[in-house]
Design a protein around this ligand. Structure first.
Ligand code: ZN
Ligand code: ZN
Length: 271
């Protein structure tokens, strides 16, 4: 399974769109791994998780990847940094005359209903095919199998994290963004799943914020300990926020003793 990090930043990006606090200034000065677009990953070239407001910038940034070729788009939830629904209007033949076949869009019933409200005529075309996900029910998405698991993130919406399984190799990857500490049902489900890798969000870093919809670094370390990880399975943090108060290098240093790495935009993993 090939995993490509399209973006690893939180909602406002890092450095942030409208903030020049010292950490944002320093991230801009250092550049490189400290420049984070909004979060999302690409799996095996054709399956994209979340469509952020930076999607076009990502197409331009990674020309060798042909991000226009995606066949499946999975939505974790409908916060703006993951759900730039109106960008899907550019699938139409006026804007993408070379595109063949509908894009299959996967999400909760609530997310897909919201999507239809934004780009209803494309469902009728059909440039989009809508596929509803149910919590803990595995579905086949292209050549991968995906189990949506219930995240702890937004009180008025069913938010998903995803467990990806590649049948030929029996490899499993957890993508855990956006979420706070899971409810017992999600932990019970994950307890028995051997994982070949995990990507965990760390939206709160070392801040004193009491918002429970994202994880602190301390929680990420405890989160890793609760997973049934195979020996040597890579763990990466993503959805990093400037309000978490850690630059890439500082966060990497704090994570290293726990066998955790910090993802960055453009990172590629092979499981
Ligand atoms: Zn987010
Ligand atoms: Zn969110």
């Amino acid at each position: 399974m090939n995993v490509f990090f399209l973006g690893t930043g939180a909602a406002e990006g890092f450095p942030a769109l409208f903030s020049r606090t010292p950490i944002n200034r320093e991230a801009l000065r250092r550049g490189g791994k400290n420049l984070r677009l909004r979060s999302g990953i690409l799996l095996d070239k054709t399956i994209r998780v979340d469509l952020c407001p930076d999607a076009l910038a990502q197409v331009h940034k990674y020309p060798e990847r042909d991000l226009t070729a995606i066949q499946h788009l999975l939505f974790t939830h409908t916060h703006d940094d993951h759900f730039a629904a109106r960008e899907l209007q550019y699938l139409s033949c006026n804007f993408a005359p070379d595109r063949e076949g509908p894009l299959q869009v996967w999400g909760s019933e609530q997310a897909l209903t919201k999507l239809q409200g934004e780009v209803k005529h494309f469902f009728e075309a059909p440039l989009l095919r809508s596929c509803v996900l149910e919590p803990f029910v595995e579905v086949q998405v292209g050549h991968l199998f995906v189990t949506p698991i219930t995240a702890y993130h937004k009180s008025d919406e069913l938010c998903f994290n995803f467990l990806f399984r590649e049948a030929e190799t029996d490899k499993r990857l957890l993508y855990a963004s956006d979420t706070g500490w899971y409810a017992p049902k999600t932990w019970e489900f994950l307890e028995s799943i051997p994982l070949d890798g995990a990507i965990i969000e760390c939206g709160r870093g070392v801040s004193q914020s009491t918002y429970e919809g994202h994880l602190t670094l301390e929680q990420c370390i405890a989160f890793k300990e609760k997973l049934a990880l195979k020996l040597g399975a890579p763990i990466y943090l993503t959805h990093i926020c400037h309000t978490g108060l850690l630059l890439h290098e500082e966060m990497s240093e704090l994570c290293a003793p726990h066998g955790i790495s910090v993802a960055y935009d453009g990172l590629e993993l092979s499981l």
